[in-house]
Ligand binder design. Structure first.
Ligand code: FAD
Ligand code: UDP
Length: 376
């Protein structure tokens, strides 16, 4: 008998397992995939750590989370500085003075601000109501047209004026010549890849791979006192209110007999015609000097039940549907829901760790309390 059956060997499940194990709890961790790590899994190809499910850069402003993750591995000093390729022209990201200079020839922050203000006024936007309006009011129409609209509509498969504004607020807009994609104080790539972190986290737990919870639900549920579920919440409830929508991705990976393909880890293709959104050249995350290189083209695709769910579509319809499932989840006594699929949330890795730590603390303090009460 285990204390916890953890469904999903991704970052949430592994963090929960590590912490529960540390407090003397026995965990069985299962995953329907044949490897641990969930979406942060890395595969070694010719000595290069290939981010199998899309590029992952660890970044956080939270010192506690940074210290926490550093206990499992060392991080290199990689700073993410993607570039955008729009019809053969290269622009720096995130939107900063280098971008403004290339686009408009402006030199000072004041000149850039005036240009943006002028474009915002011409577009007549006062209260942005969607991603398109939010983007124009942040960076003006030129950048919106060249660097945002095409990328966003490929990525999400929907018009930018039907998407929530929070998606674009993820990106910094900076009036300095600084190409760091993130504002966070701490950033890097784990030396040797992400899978090692998960391996260490799962050391004290039993792990079974290639096991789908829903195919053996009854037997698996009997193995443990409680379940930590990190899969899709609507699947857990047999889609009884309807299907939550996602955006999926197809990764086209190639090994190339060339030492340096594109000179940068991430190049975004922001025009609407190129079918992929970005090309990742994995070796540059770790300053690799291998003779060959591996690149991955990221093609956004429509998601259908059964496909890999990558990005939740947090529009109004899906948010309302999720709320219904959440109400059911909240009254479950023996199931804990966590991670990006069960919470239907566009979480980054540092947020997943923070939420797993909060969850395990709440859970085990509660257990302690129950035990104390029982002893009284
Ligand atoms: P997952 O990693 O999805 O793990 C859930 C696991 O549960 C999966 O392995 C799945 O197979 C398993 N599972 C589901 N259902 C079942 C079932 N029925 N039975 C058994 N197993 C099941 N974050 C960053 O901080 N920086 C980045 O640069 C970044 N880039 C990203 C790029 C892409 C393309 C994507 C999609 C995400 C990115 N993220 C990034 C987010 C990051 O991947 C997540 O925050 C994190 O991996 C989520 O961990 P998780 O454990 O919640 O989910
Ligand atoms: N985005 C864009 N152009 C770019 C990069 C990003 O318009 O060159 C928009 C797009 O809508 C994307 C969002 O900004 O979904 C968030 O970008 P981020 O790089 O954070 O996406 P992720 O890495 O999570 O896919």
């Amino acid at each position: 008998m285990y204390d916890y059956l953890i469904v999903g060997a991704g970052l949430f499940g592994a963090t929960f397992a590590y912490e529960a194990n540390k407090r003397g709890k026995k965990c069985l961790v299962i995953d329907r995939r044949n490897h641990i790590g969930g979406n942060i899994y890395c595969e070694d190809i010719e000595g290069i750590n290939v981010h199998k499910y899309g590029a992952h850069i660890f970044h956080t402003n939270n010192k506690e989370i940074w210290d926490y993750v550093n206990q499992f591995t060392e991080f290199n000093g990689y700073i993410n500085s993607p570039i955008a390729n729009y019809q053969g022209q290269i622009y720096n990201l995130p939107f900063n003075m280098n971008t403004f200079n290339k686009l408009w020839g402006v030199i000072t922050p004041q000149q850039a601000k005036e240009k943006i203000e002028e474009q915002k006024l011409n577009a007549g936007i006062t209260q942005p109501k969607n991603l398109e309006e939010q983007a124009i009011s942040l960076v003006g129409t030129d950048i919106y047209e060249k660097l945002i609209k095409g990328y966003t509509e490929k990525q999400w498969g929907r018009p930018a004026n039907e998407l929530p504004d929070f998606i674009i607020k993820r990106l910094p807009v900076r009036f300095t010549y600084d190409n760091n994609y993130f504002n966070d104080k701490f950033q890097g790539i784990p030396v040797g890849g992400y899978t090692r972190i998960i391996e260490k986290m799962l050391e004290g737990s039993e792990v079974k791979l290639g096991v789908d919870y829903f195919k053996e639900r009854e037997e698996l549920s009997k193995t443990s006192r409680k379940i930590v579920f990190t899969g899709m919440i609507d699947e857990f409830y047999n889609y009884e209110f309807g299907v939550l929508e996602y955006r999926s991705l197809r990764f086209e990976t190639e090994l190339i007999d060339n030492e340096n393909f594109q000179g940068n880890a991430v190049v975004n293709y922001t025009d609407p015609e190129t079918p992929y959104t970005r090309i990742i050249e994995h070796k540059h995350f770790e300053f690799g000097n291998q003779e060959k290189t591996v690149i991955t083209k990221e093609h956004p695709t429509e998601w259908e039940k059964g496909d890999e769910p990558y990005y939740p579509i947090n529009d109004q319809k899906n948010t309302e549907l999720f709320r219904k499932y959440k109400e059911l989840a909240e009254i479950e006594e023996n199931v804990i829901f966590g991670g990006r699929l069960a919470n239907y949330k566009y979480y980054d890795m540092h947020q997943i760790i923070a939420s797993a730590l909060n969850c395990v603390n709440k859970e085990l303090q509660k257990n302690n309390k129950v035990l104390q009460n029982e002893n009284q």
